[in-house]
Design a protein around this ligand. Structure first.
Ligand code: PLP
Length: 437
């Protein structure tokens, strides 16, 4: 089929996420046909840097032979069955690997198939846990400007008005604490969290947050020590802590998990995105023995966790995840990240001097470049100027894919990017910013 024929088909029938389809209908869609390393190639043979890791999930690059081979080997056995009443080898092996890798105490792995459901599972488990303790707790505490996915539970605890506002009437009530990135100091941020906990202490199921960085909120970084302080507060007030590491997990921050950097063990660790190296949809909610044990009982007590998805723990995805973890281990990926992070920091500090760059936020291999109209007054471009969209379109024309978060340009490259590739990617972004501002 030619590109033109495909464009007609796709415009007649395909509805895209987070997309104003009226704009899409008059655009020229790019059909990605293949990928290799940190580049994607379209049907017309144009190549693009995958500078947002295909929505923050690609880890080792595209077409990693080891992951390809693992998926092919598994497909030669069985593509899928079910985890209801049955199990399989890659699922069992991966659960053990994740438990060994995760912060101490997270021994149990519950699979689902995307980041939203990993959080949904944690929310429901926390709620049911308290029911099994004979406690009627139904409140959650979340952070404003947090993002946990698009299912109803995940949206309920989401605090990005642009994405979540329209659904507000549909959602359960949540106590939102201001983003720690906006607080005047660590102490002020911790105090805000404590006030929320103290207000409804014995009604709160859990605190849910993205540790260290609120990604979709605009790559907002929390002050050092915040996660540890929240853990201590949760212990003091006897409230569970859900760490949403869907985006920060698997090396993104420079450590395997953001919780490792903070030396914190949450009660739930939610993983997705990079879990399979960015190959296949798989997510996991890790929980402690304390949580797991509360669900044990006689069948007639009906204490089972009543949640599951048709594709829970898909074996192809588990095989991809195992191969990805092998690469982490064999190539000591985490140990190799520090120089890349330093290089990104150096180049970003040069970009920061551009007249319309208002600030840089970086944590490991994720960064946000804030674009402002007036640097001295930190004045933003008007919304209708779509400055972020314009810069990303310019970058696309120059061979680089990324997306804006409003006026913040994101840079979230695959961990496997070489120093040369990182330099080239940031060079394109710099040029696109300079051109459009
Ligand atoms: N949690 C965080 C922190 C995320 O960044 C995302 C996605 O961007 C999600 C959850 C939702 O994951 P998914 O899109 O796989 O449902």
């Amino acid at each position: 089929m030619t590109n033109t024929e495909l464009t007609q088909l796709e415009k007649a029938h395909l509805w895209h996420p987070f997309t104003q389809m009226r704009d899409w209908e008059v655009s020229s869609p790019i059909f990605i046909e293949s990928g290799q390393g940190v580049k994607l190639r379209d049907m017309e043979g144009r190549e693009y840097y995958d500078a947002n890791s295909s929505m923050w999930l690609n880890v080792h690059g595209h077409r990693r032979p080891e992951i390809d081979a693992a998926v092919i080997a598994q497909i030669g056995k069985v593509a899928h069955s079910t985890m209801l009443g049955l199990t399989h080898e890659p699922g069992a092996r991966l659960a053990a690997r994740l438990a060994a890798l995760a912060p101490p105490g997270l021994t149990r792995v519950f699979y689902s198939d995307n980041g939203s459901t990993a959080n949904e599972v944690a929310l429901k488990m926390a709620f049911q846990y308290w029911r099994h303790q004979g406690q009627d707790r139904r409140r959650f505490i979340a952070l404003s400007e947090g993002y946990h996915g698009d299912t109803i539970g995940a949206v309920s605890v989401g605090g990005v008005g642009l994405f979540h506002g329209i659904f507000r009437d549909l959602l359960f009530e949540v106590d939102f604490v201001p983003s720690p990135a906006r607080a005047a100091s660590l102490e002020a941020a911790v105090q805000q969290m404590e006030a929320a906990l103290a207000a409804h202490n014995d009604e709160v199921c859990a605190v849910i947050l993205e540790p260290l960085v609120q990604m979709a909120g605009g790559i907002l970084t929390a002050p050092a020590g915040y996660l540890k302080a929240v853990r201590e507060l949760c212990d003091r007030y006897d409230v569970l802590l859900i760490a949403d590491e869907v985006a920060t997990g698997f090396g993104r921050t420079g450590a395997m998990f953001a919780c490792d950097l903070a030396g914190v063990s949450p009660d739930f660790l939610c993983l997705g995105k990079g879990l399979t190296g960015g190959y296949l949809p798989l997510a996991a909610t890790l929980a402690t023995d304390k949580i797991y044990d509360a669900f044990l009982g006689d069948y007639k007590e009906w204490k089972s966790f009543t949640h599951g998805h048709s594709y829970t723990g898909n074996p192809l995805a588990c095989a991809a995840a195992l191969a990805s973890l092998d690469i982490f281990e064999q190539e000591q990926v985490i140990d190799g990240l520090a120089p890349k992070i330093t290089l990104i920091r150096q180049i970003l500090s040069e970009i920061e001097s551009l007249p319309h760059v208002g600030g840089i936020r970086q944590c490991g291999l994720m960064a946000g470049i804030e674009i402002v109209r007036d640097k001295s007054r930190h004045e933003l471009y008007p919304f209708e100027d779509a400055i972020g969209v314009r810069i990303c379109r310019r970058a696309l024309a120059m061979g680089l894919i990324t997306r804006p978060l409003g006026h913040v340009i994101t840079f979230v490259p695959p961990l496997a990017s070489s120093p040369g590739e990182l330099t080239e990617m940031l060079g394109i972004l710099r040029e696109a910013i300079a051109w459009e501002t």
